[in-house]
Design a protein around this ligand. Structure first.
Ligand SMILES: Nc1ncnc2c1ncn2[C@@H]1O[C@H](COP(=O)(O)OP(=O)(O)OP(=O)(O)O)[C@@H](O)[C@H]1O
Length: 532
């Protein structure tokens, strides 16, 4: 492998790390992951894309982000040239460039490598560790626990000894670069560098029945940090908005109190930093860094389960902050009592404050999320398409967004307007059942009439008795929600009524369903039958 190739791979790998943070996951997966570095010289980097549409899409939208990521990685500006290779990625498996990328990837597991070095140095009778990368951070921590029980070994656990096994700087210029990069990874950024995602703010968060409480509590916490709910614990399934709410809290606190030090971190990163600080002989730095802040947001705390040493450290951090009346916000995919092997004392700390959950969103919320995303992209996505996606992805808002992005990208690349045929085509791998059933006002009338045991003609009759008028209003509401039919047209289908009658029916049912669980369930049942 040439030095340039390895250098390029290393730069690209670092750039990918930056881009992973900059892009939401579906975007990263769709557009960035499939690219490969091709060549590098002093000022130009060539990047290969597997298909022309990926090249065009990246060129039209994301070049500045890629450029910024490369600059952050290499500390210099590059001109980026994208080259369509028009090949399947599988065909490149043996490419030396991909091998180089993989090697660079492995380097990122620096803590594992170092822990292996330490293990070999301090535990001479341990079996030799040839596969350095197999050692997990947790193994390293348990190892520290293990050897601290052995007096001679404990004596060697001084910072100087611990840093000693770090590989000494290699000689060649390529190795210099790599070593410098490792050093960069190895040295922690200052805590306030954990930037909040600018898109995750309260104004972009859609409130629905599934998250109303969590949202309200988040607002309360952000308006009065450490005064209302401390700690504040949010839990819920994957991709339901926990991170979004945490960032929104962070943003709002910063807006209201620019001098407050707000730190957001995932529990995995917390663990890795702790390990790094131990390896570099500077655990005190780590402690100071997390104990001298005003607001600590820890995401995905469930990853601390089974990590006894990290839990211990977190327990002390928690206590110090809580005693100093600092706000602590924690998220998890389950409530504290269900996080296995979470220490009891930590669990009881989490239960001191408010625990709130986010449920899976109902259809209406899913539709609202998609509409909001489309609006944020200034795109006009037909209702039919929104309903098509929302009615098929029920449990994960991230996947919902991913599907919409796919449709938008597909339309843009093919230079076609977004409609249901295009959406069906774009999503055929995700929804193999193909084109959805055509939802029409007539179908809705039919399903609603049969549900309420009315005749189809009652939907358009002049009768105003409640047993007919109410189902008719429900049917009008559903026509507005599930079809593209215009207001006057809906009025016409329902017996030549004025469009203001349709608006009134829609407003009334929208309002009532928020207060009436029975109506809400009826609507869900009806939608299921209409869509199935
Ligand atoms: N109510 C909502 N309104 C708008 N967007 C939302 C909402 N809920 C989630 N999202 C979006 O869905 C995506 C996933 O959300 P987020 O990352 O916050 O989920 P999470 O619950 O933290 O998931 P994980 O458990 O995987 O960490 C984000 O892009 C977020 O903006």
């Amino acid at each position: 492998m040439s030095a340039d190739t390895a250098y390029m791979a290393s730069i690209w790998q670092q750039a990918l790390v930056h881009m992973k943070k900059a892009f939401i996951k579906p975007l990263f997966e769709t557009w960035i992951k499939s690219t490969i570095p091709l060549s590098i010289n002093d000022s130009v980097i060539e990047i290969g894309t597997p298909k022309l549409f990926v090249k065009e899409w990246l060129e039209s939208r994301y070049l500045p982000v890629i450029k910024a990521a490369l600059k952050a990685a290499a500390n210099k500006d590059f001109e980026i040239v994208l080259i369509n290779m028009d090949i399947e990625m599988e065909g490149l498996e043996d490419s030396p460039l991909l091998t180089a990328v993989e090697e660079a990837e492995n380097d990122i597991n620096i803590e594992s490598i170092i822990s292996a070095e330490i293990q070999n140095t301090y535990k001479p009778d341990s079996k030799p560790l040839t596969a350095h990368h197999d050692i997990s951070p947790d193994d390293f921590l348990s190892y520290l626990d293990d050897i601290s029980d052995i007096p001679e070994a404990a004596a060697t656990l001084s910072p100087t000894r611990l840093t000693a096994p770090v590989p000494s700087p290699p000689a060649s210029s390529h190795q210099d670069k790599r070593s410098a990069r490792n050093q960069q990874l190895y040295n922690l950024p200052p805590a306030d560098e954990f930037i909040l995602n600018p898109k995750y703010v309260f104004s972009t968060f859609v409130i629905g029945n599934s998250n109303r409480l969590a949202h309200a509590a988040s607002l309360a916490v952000s308006e009065a940090p450490a005064q209302v709910y401390n700690p504040f614990f949010i839990y819920g399934g994957v991709g339901l908005g926990k991170t979004h709410l945490m960032h929104a809290i962070g943003h709002r606190i910063k807006e209201n109190n620019p001098n407050m030090k707000v730190v957001y971190i995932s529990s995995e990163k917390f663990t890795n930093e702790l390990i790094n600080s131990i390896i570099s002989g500077n655990p005190e730095n780590f402690r100071q860094r997390y104990r001298n802040i005003d607001v600590l947001l820890v995401d995905d705390i469930q990853f601390l389960s089974k990590k006894e040493h990290t839990q211990e450290e977190f327990f002390h951090t928690f206590n110090t902050l809580h005693e100093a009346n600092k706000q602590i916000i924690i998220s998890s995919d389950r409530p504290p009592r269900e996080i296995q092997t979470l220490e009891d004392r930590l669990r009881s700390r989490f239960e001191w404050g408010l625990i709130t959950d986010i449920q899976t969103p109902d259809l209406e919320t899913r539709i609202a999320v998609l509409r909001k995303k489309a609006m944020m992209e200034s795109l006009n996505v037909p209702n039919e398409v929104v309903v098509y996606i929302a009615s098929r992805i029920e449990n994960n808002i991230r996947e919902l967004e991913g599907a919409l992005i796919r449709v938008i990208a597909y339309a843009s690349l093919n230079n076609q307007p977004i409609d249901i045929d295009l959406a069906t085509e774009a999503l055929k791998d995700i929804f193999p059942n193909g084109r959805p059933k055509q939802v029409t006002a007539e179908l809705i009338q039919d399903v609603v009439a049969s549900h309420f045991k009315l005749k189809l003609e009652d939907m358009s009759a002049k009768k105003r008795t409640r047993n007919v008028a109410y189902p008719r209003q429900i049917a009008m509401y559903l026509c507005r929600e599930l079809t593209e039919t215009s207001l006057p047209k809906i009025g016409e289908i329902f017996g030549g009524r004025d469009h203001t009658t349709v608006i009134h029916a829609h407003d009334k049912i929208s309002r009532e369903k928020n207060m009436d669980a029975k109506l809400n369930n009826t609507l869900k049942d009806l939608i299921k039958r209409i869509e199935s």
